[in-house]
Design a protein around this ligand. Structure first.
Ligand code: HEM
Length: 276
């Protein structure tokens, strides 16, 4: 569902741009226009970061970035490659879950700023893109260094290593969880996870990760609430499974940023899986 309340922020950015472009006596040179685009994008990152970090409003941040980038795209026709990278990032983000979509668009904004103005006088407002605090009101984490723009615009699925890597991680995580009494995967033997059942579960998990991280595989299973209803999964059991996944990702030397991004996706399913 799309909420509209923050659309006006994008409109403000548009108005700023068009006013800037229309005000001058002389037509703007390309260089001047690029400089002004950079200023507008800088302003958008300030608003987005603030919404995300202080307002805890990921939706608002995403809409701000989305609106701003949609206005910028037609003004990048002198840089067709950059223009197509931004258009792809917009498409990719629209299919991504929260908060990954905001990261993707922030990566695209940084990409535009970096490309148009590599020695930008005005650095981005925060040391990082809105690499957000966790949803719970915990003390803010030390922000991770901003990833290189190229890496940030790649789908999380690619950054995790694609299908082969995700399959291996899922396989090992399910094996670890099946052995872990703190997870109690079979719910005291109620679910028979034989070879066929396990293979099916792994296939669905790979699909789920793919669909949530910009991969090509569509999820064909049931929704998380329906599947886990009645299993009485506790938060501690959920966390134990997440910890197993975390260990496997580390063992596979997956990057810290990618681990954090994937853990956020997993975390977002908690409310549907854990039963009070
Ligand atoms: C302690 C935590 C968890 C336990 C004990 C648990 C247990 C189970 C069990 C027993 C099944 C098989 C159900 C059946 O055969 O009908 C299942 C299915 C599934 N689980 Fe979990 N689960 C847990 C956490 C998670 C998490 C964190 C995810 C993903 C984010 C997940 C995703 C799935 C999927 C995709 C299926 C298959 C869906 C389908 O059959 O359509 N589970 N889970």
């Amino acid at each position: 569902m799309k909420s509209r309340p923050t659309r006006w922020l994008g409109a403000v950015a548009a108005a700023t741009l068009f006013t800037l472009a229309a005000n001058g006596q002389d037509p703007l040179t390309r260089k001047e226009l690029d400089k002004r685009l950079d200023v507008s994008l800088f302003e958008a990152t300030k608003v987005g970061t603030d919404l995300y970090n202080r307002g805890r409003n990921e939706e608002g941040c995403y809409r701000e970035y989305d609106g701003t980038l949609r206005i910028i795209v037609p003004l990048l026709d002198h840089r067709p490659e950059l223009q197509s990278r931004v258009a792809n990032a917009l498409k990719q983000a629209a299919a991504e879950p929260s908060p990954q979509r905001s990261f993707t668009l922030r990566g695209a904004i940084d990409d535009v700023r970096q490309t148009l103005n590599p020695r930008a006088a005005m650095p981005s407002p925060a040391p990082t893109p809105p690499r957000v605090p966790s949803p719970a009101p915990v003390p803010p984490k030390v922000p991770a260094p901003a990833p290189a723009p190229a890496a940030a615009t790649k789908a999380l699925w690619e950054r995790l290593g694609g299908e082969t890597a995700v399959k291996a991680v899922v396989h090992e995580t399910v094996a670890a969880a099946a052995k872990n009494p703190k997870v109690n995967l079979t719910r005291n033997g109620k679910y028979k996870l034989d070879d066929k059942g396990t293979a099916n579960l792994e296939r669905l998990l790979v699909e789920l990760v793919s669909s949530a991280t910009g991969g090509p595989l569509k999820y064909s299973g049931r929704d998380m609430k329906t599947v886990h209803a009645g299993m009485k999964i506790t938060e501690a059991e959920f966390n134990a499974m997440a910890a197993d996944l975390n260990d496997v990702l580390k063992k596979h030397k997956v990057g810290q940023q990618e681990i954090e991004d994937l853990m956020k996706v997993i975390e977002s399913t908690k409310k549907d899986i854990v039963e009070k």
